[in-house]
Ligand binder design. Structure first.
Ligand SMILES: C[C@H](O)CC(=O)C(=O)O
Ligand SMILES: [Mn+2]
Length: 334
C-alpha cells in the first residue's frame, strides 16, 4: 500500500508574495480550475501574509479577500479551499467571512514560540466547522524541544494538524529530519512541512520531512512564493511518485497548470539569487526580499547587508518596517 501524502498547494497564497499580492480574481479562477482538475487536495488562497494582510505594512492586494475566495470557491469541484491567518492580522471577522465564502480549512500561523496566540482562532475555526491547522513559522530559530512543546500546544487547542514551517528556507535536511521526527513522536495529529528554496533545498527538505514521518507537504506551481519560492508542486508530484508515495495528483496536468497557467502570470519568477540566498543564509523571513530590494535601491546599500543585519538582530515576520531603519543606518555608516 502506497502511503498517501497530502499536498497543499499555496501558489495563490505564498505565491502572492512573488507578485506583490497582485493576482487578479481571473488569475485565481484560472489557477484554481487547473489545480482542481489536476487533483490537488487542498488549495490555499489569501494575501501572502494571510487574511487581513492587505495593508501599508505588507502591501495591498489587487482584489478583496472575499472576491478572491468567491472566485476560488466558484472554480473548484473537488479540492478544499484553505486560507492562512496570522492572529491579530486576521481576526474572527475575517475568518467568518472566509468560512461564508467557502473556505473549509484554515492554517493558523504563529511565530514558532507563540502557539498560544493561536488558541482562540483554532477554536473559532472549529466552531465554524473548519479544519484547523497550526503553522509554526520560523522553525529554524528554536531547538527541537521548543518546537515539540509548541506543537503540543496546538494539538491541545484542538488543531487537526501541525506544521513545522521553514519560513526562511534556512534549514538543512538533518535539521528537518530531527524536528519532524520529534514532533511526529510527540503528537497524534498529522504533521506537515512547508519549505522555502532559498538554499536550493526545498524539495530535498520536503523529502526529508516525509521520510521522517510528515503526512502533509506544501508546494507552489513553478515554486511561486516568498524569497526564492517554495518547493515546486509539480516536482513534488513527480518525485513522490518515483519514491512510491501517492498524492492523487495527475503529473501531466499539474505540469500543464504550472507551465501554461501559472508561469505566464509570474512577472518575476522566484529564483535563487544572491539576495534570496542571503535570506536562507541569514535565516530571515522570506517575504523580506522585496522590501529589502526596495530599501537597498532607495538608500544605495547592498540588500545582502540589510538581510544579514536583519538576521543578526533575530527579526521575525511583522518587522518589515525595520528594514528601512537598517538600510538607513547602513547608508549613514558609509
Ligand atoms: C505569512 C508567511 O508568509 C507564512 C509562510 O508561508 C511562511 O512562514 O513561510
Ligand atoms: Mn512560506
Amino acid at each position: 500500500m502506497m502511503k498517501k501524502i497530502r499536498l497543499i498547494d499555496t501558489t495563490l497564497r505564498d505565491g502572492m508574495h512573488a507578485v506583490s499580492h497582485q493576482f487578479s480574481t481571473e488569475d485565481v479562477s484560472a489557477v484554481v480550475k487547473a489545480l482542481d482538475d489536476a487533483g490537488v487536495d487542498t488549495i490555499e488562497v489569501s494575501h501572502g501574509d494571510g487574511l487581513g494582510g492587505s495593508s501599508f505594512q505588507y502591501g495591498f492586494s489587487k482584489a478583496t479577500e472575499e472576491a478572491y475566495l468567491k472566485a476560488a470557491a466558484g472554480a473548484m469541484t473537488n479540492a478544499k479551499l484553505c486560507v492562512l491567518l496570522l492572529p491579530g492580522i486576521g481576526t474572527h471577522k475575517e475568518l467568518e467571512m472566509a468560512a461564508n465564502a467557502g473556505a473549509k480549512v484554515v492554517r493558523v500561523a504563529t511565530h514558532v514560540t507563540e502557539a498560544d496566540i493561536g488558541e482562540q482562532h483554532i477554536k473559532i475555526a472549529k466552531s465554524l466547522g473548519m479544519e484547523a491547522i497550526g503553522f509554526l513559522m520560523m522553525s529554524h530559530m528554536v531547538d527541537v524541544d521548543k518546537i515539540v512543546e509548541q506543537a503540543k500546544l496546538f494539538e491541545s487547542y484542538g488543531a487537526d494538524a501541525v506544521y513545522v514551517t521553514d519560513s526562511a528556507g534556512a534549514m538543512i535536511p538533518t535539521q528537518i529530519t530531527e524536528r519532524i521526527a520529534a514532533v511526529k513522536k510527540a503528537v497524534s495529529i498529522p504533521v506537515g512541512h512547508h519549505a522555502h528554496d532559498n538554499m536550493g533545498l526545498a524539495i530535498g527538505n520536503s523529502i526529508a520531512a516525509i521520510q521522517a514521518g510528515a503526512d502533509i507537504v506544501d508546494g507552489t506551481c513553478r515554486g511561486a512564493g516568498a524569497g526564492a519560492g517554495n518547493a515546486m508542486t509539480e516536482v513534488l508530484v513527480g518525485v513522490l511518485d518515483k519514491m512510491g508515495y501517492a498524492t492523487g495528483i495527475d503529473l501531466y496536468k499539474i505540469m500543464d497548470a504550472a507551465d501554461d497557467i501559472v508561469m505566464p502570470r509570474l512577472h518575476r519568477p522566484p529564483m535563487i539569487t544572491k539576495e534570496s540566498l542571503s535570506i536562507g543564509y541569514a535565516g530571515v523571513y522570506g517575504s523580506f526580499l522585496l522590501h529589502a530590494l526596495r530599501a537597498a535601491d532607495k538608500f544605495n546599500v547592498d540588500a545582502r547587508d540589510i538581510l544579514i543585519e536583519m538576521g543578526r538582530r533575530k527579526t521575525v515576520g511583522g518587522q518589515e518596517d525595520m528594514i528601512i531603519d537598517v538600510a538607513y543606518e547602513l547608508a549613514n555608516r558609509k
